[in-house]
Structure formats: structure tokens, C-alpha cells
Write a new protein. Structure first.
Length: 276
């Protein structure tokens, strides 16, 4: 910003610019050890494969936003988690502003599920365009849905807290998305990822620090004449040509293809290049 002052010169008056003193921005820099780090993650998989249980291992207190998924039975005994049912799109925007502008004490927000948020956006776009629930959507309206979900998804991601997105699993092919005018001609077929419109999925995949696919693994262990079946809840996080996966970690560290009984603590160790 510039201040103006008058200067008298040979009987005339003229105005010259004088720099205004300001606070240096670089003096506000912090030591990297002082920076509070929050994580954003997206876990997708079939129902019953441990998505909600994994999300519940993130720092407490946690707020779980239930988009009509009703998947909280598995964490009923976990302390430090509150559930808010997302009835309509007003709840999406209102909850975001509450988390942004109030002192709430939550360290983690869980979106359960992001495909449920997509369904609410679809309902809202139909209502805005005076359409019935059974009416088909135009290409423009599909674009409105994509823009609405992507915008508010990023808004939640940018909150000063851990953010976990959950999604059902979907094997995606181009033909599945022709009706939305939103398929990706460069996509490797088939590809397993979140059950979202491709444009929303791409935005989400780029936005988060961790992407993992949950599944169940069973093995048979022999103990004498007995055969004991062991069940493990697994998370794919290593590079995979078929499943969408991702984790931020030191460049030289080799990420395991999958980890058993995943937790927030295990993921944090991997992100630091530590073995689990």
C-alpha cells in the first residue's frame, strides 16, 4: 500500500508515493516441527470389510456424518465418536460451517459415505430444477452434481482436522458412465475404486493423502488334526494396477501391498517410513 504526501517545488505542489511500512510475511514462518499436521484419507470397499472400524481408529473426538448409510453398528462400543444423520443438503453445508467457525473439539470428521453425499446432491439438483425423483437428469444437471460434490468435498478436506471419506466399492467401466457424459476415455478397464461419478472420483483421489481398499482375507491354519479358519480385515495401500491406492511416505520407503487389521497408528508409521 502507498501513502501520498505533498512536496512543494518552485512554487508548485505535487504528490509523490511513499511506501507504507508493513509486517514481513516471512517472519510468520514456523519450524516444520511446530506445524500441526492433519491427514485426509479415503477408504473404499464392500460392506462389512472394515471401513468404518478403520475410520474410528483416527484421533478422537470424532464426528461421523451418516449419509443414510447406517453403518455404525461395528463401532457402537467405541468411545469418543458422535453421529450426525445427514438428512438433506442443508446439513452438508451447515455442518461444514459449524466445523469451520465454532470451537467444537473434534479432531476427526468421517464422511460415511461420500457416495451418500453424491446421492444427496442429486436430490438437491433435482429439487432445484423442479424434477421428480424418477426424472432423468440432463448433461448440465450431471455437471451441477459433480461441481457441488467436488466443491464441498474439498471444503471438508481443507478443515483444520483429520478428514476420512468412506465409500462403497465399484468396478468401473466406461460404458457404466455413458449416461452421465462423464466417463474417461483414457481409463484402464476395468478399475476398482469408489462408487462415484468419475469426475468426483478424480477430484477425491487427487485431494487426499491416503487411499486404501478394504477387503477380508481368510486362511486355514493346521493345529494337529484340527483346521482353524482365521479371518483378517485387510487394507490395500501399495501400488496396484487394478485397485486405486495411494499413501504419502518417504520416497525410498517401499509400501507393503496390504496390511492386516489396519489402524490410524499403522498408517502413520508407514507415512514416516517405519515398518509395522
Amino acid at each position: 500500500m502507498l501513502l501520498k504526501k505533498k512536496v512543494i517545488n518552485s512554487g508548485s505542489t505535487k504528490t509523490v508515493a511513499k511506501p507504507m511500512a508493513r509486517v514481513s510475511f516471512i517472519t510468520r514462518a514456523k519450524s516444520v516441527s511446530e506445524v500441526e499436521e492433519f491427514w485426509s484419507a479415503m477408504f473404499y470397499g464392500r460392506s462389512g470389510t472394515g471401513k468404518t472400524t478403520l475410520a474410528a481408529s483416527f484421533p478422537k473426538d470424532s464426528l461421523l456424518l451418516d449419509f443414510r448409510d447406517k453403518g455404525t453398528n461395528s463401532i457402537r462400543n467405541v468411545k469418543g465418536i458422535k453421529v450426525l444423520e445427514m438428512i438433506n443438503w442443508d446439513y452438508v453445508e451447515g455442518t461444514y460451517w459449524d466445523l469451520k467457525n465454532t470451537k467444537h473439539g473434534y479432531k476427526t470428521v468421517i464422511i460415511d459415505t461420500i457416495d451418500g453425499m453424491q446421492r444427496l446432491a442429486m436430490d438437491q439438483v433435482k429439487a432445484d430444477n423442479n424434477k421428480d425423483e424418477s426424472d432423468a437428469l440432463s448433461q448440465r444437471e450431471w455437471g451441477e452434481i459433480s461441481g457441488k460434490v467436488s466443491q464441498w468435498m474439498i471444503n471438508f478436506r481443507d478443515l483444520p482436522m483429520n478428514v476420512v471419506f468412506l465409500s462403497q466399492e465399484r468396478i468401473k467401466n466406461q460404458a457404466d458412465d455413458e449416461n452421465t457424459s462423464d466417463y474417461d476415455e483414457g481409463q484402464i478397464e476395468p478399475e476398482v475404486g469408489p462408487a462415484l461419478m468419475p469426475s468426483i472420483a478424480r477430484s477425491l483421489n487427487a485431494a487426499v493423502n491416503i487411499i486404501g481398499n478394504t477387503y477380508i482375507k481368510q486362511t486355514i491354519k493346521k493345529e494337529g488334526v484340527k483346521s482353524i479358519r482365521q479371518t483378517y480385515f485387510m487394507l490395500r495401500i501399495g501400488p496396484n494396477p487394478f485397485y486405486i491406492t495411494k499413501i504419502r511416505k518417504p520416497k525410498e520407503f517401499v509400501v507393503p501391498q496390504a496390511i492386516a487389521n489396519p489402524t490410524y497408528e499403522k498408517l502413520m508409521k508407514i507415512s514416516k517410513g517405519e515398518k509395522i
